[in-house]
Design a protein around this ligand. Structure first.
Ligand code: SF4
Ligand code: SF4
Length: 409
């Protein structure tokens, strides 16, 4: 694609990056077939190619309207288009740049701005968020059915093994996961403990920055990333082997730290090291296959089949397709076939709240696909997908590491 970027952007790091990405796109349209919003809405401007065209116009200095913002807001950032694109167009990076520019040029109305600010505050408020969830659970029986389904049931973390192994890794706690599903990281700690690795929590660390990043508060997100690195750094210097991430949505954000802070002289090197050490829990367990096989020796196969939902952040963002499925099969689980497994479930960070209509349509399709093989249980790799699918599914839903923890117990 030929480009002619406007003077105000062309010599900036963002401008140069966006220009290189735009030039790779050859308008072939292969990406349209796997774009969830294009498949639902049938509008070229809700496809990757259409959005790339809109962002090109912004970068070339054309007037920007609410229409551009609406089409960019509707994008799930699922990055299925990246997986499909034969030219290697890094759509995810481009849409981050495009959204940031449009946000500055098209002010949001009061109600929309306030609801976005409220979302940031609610998700990042720690104890206040926990109090709100506890309140929702207490009054669940009194809530209308549609709202009650959005309140996740209480999950019990169980024991976190004491750090007893020379091999250590640190874990990303995250913002909402400790309140909504403390069992996920505790199950990870138990599984890794059996594999000879101690998993250590870092209380000073919290949200990875993805909430602010999703909501286009990009400076606030960068500040949070720096604080996260500061909290982890002493542990990495002391020999922690990896930063284990159990929510693949957060994993894509942490994998991006090196890129996001590449132009910050004080943090560029540290951020690059964190990126190199960030690992999805599936990758960590898969690397310990031999030890896992010993723990599983002699155990009979699991009775009921399960269906696994591969989050977009894992398969399209982190490009780790098939790793978790391989570990589960080796652990004795039978996985049912899931049609259209490349398509987003509609959770996508804060998307389910900001775009409820599209999100519900994607959820209904995903639940139908996951339950089509009549599995006994469902599982996934990301807290957002887990809670979203659980709200619409008839079967129990877990993080896959919890299934493995139960299997090894
Ligand atoms: S990221 Fe997903 S929703 Fe957005 S354009 Fe690409 S395929 Fe479509
Ligand atoms: S598949 Fe790639 S090159 Fe083709 S239109 Fe989509 S983004 Fe552009």
């Amino acid at each position: 694609m030929q480009t002619n970027l406007a003077d105000w952007i062309k010599d900036t790091p963002e401008g140069r990056e966006a220009d290189a990405i735009l030039r790779k796109c050859v308008h072939c349209g292969f990406c349209l077939a796997t774009c969830p919003t294009y498949n639902l809405l049938g509008d070229e401007l809700d496809s990757p190619r259409g959005r790339i065209y809109l962002m090109k116009q912004v970068l070339e200095g054309a007037p920007v309207s609410v229409k551009t913002q609406v089409h960019l807001d509707r994008c799930l950032t699922c990055r299925a288009c990246e997986t499909t694109c034969p030219s290697g167009v890094q759509y995810g990076r481009l849409v981050d740049i495009g959204r940031g520019l449009v946000e500055k040029k098209v002010p949001r109305g009061f109600a929309e701005g306030a609801s976005r600010a409220l979302l940031r505050f609610a998700f990042l408020s720690g104890p206040l968020f926990a109090f709100g969830v506890a309140l929702g659970r207490a009054f669940r029986p009194l809530l209308p059915a549609a709202l009650a389904r959005q309140v996740p049931p209480r999950r019990v973390a169980g024991e976190w093994p004491a750090a007893r192994h020379p091999r250590r890794m640190i874990v990303l706690d995250g913002c909402v996961q400790p309140t909504l599903a403390p069992d996920i990281n505790a199950a990870t700690a138990r599984v890794l403990d059996r594999l000879g690795i101690s998993l250590v929590r870092v209380p000073q660390a919290g949200c990875c920055g993805a909430i602010e990043h999703h909501l286009n508060a990009q400076e606030a997100a960068l500040d949070r990333v720096r604080r996260q690195i500061d909290a982890w750094w002493p542990h990495l210097e002391a020999g922690a082997e990896a930063v284990v991430v159990t929510a693949s949505g957060c994993g894509t954000m942490v994998q991006d730290y090196g890129h996001l802070l590449a132009h910050d002289p004080a943090y560029a090197q540290k951020a690059a090291r964190v990126t190199a050490l960030a690992k999805d829990v599936g990758e960590v367990v898969a690397a310990e296959r031999a030890a896992l096989a010993k723990l599983l020796a002699g155990k009979p196969a699991v009775a009921g089949p399960i269906a696994y939902h591969a989050p977009c952040s894992l398969q399209h963002g982190l490009k780790q397709k098939g790793i978790v499925e391989g570990v589960l099969r080796e652990a004795g689980f039978t996985l049912t076939a899931v049609p259209d497994s490349h398509v987003c479930c509609g959770s996508a960070g804060t998307y389910s709240i900001l775009q409820p209509e599209l999100s519900h349509r994607l959820l209904a399709n995903k639940v139908k696909a996951l339950e089509s093989g009549n599995p006994a249980e469902l599982c996934t790799s990301n807290i957002g997908c887990l809670l979203h699918i659980e709200s619409g599914a008839a079967r129990p839903m877990s993080h896959w590491i919890e299934l493995l923890d139960r299997r090894l117990a």
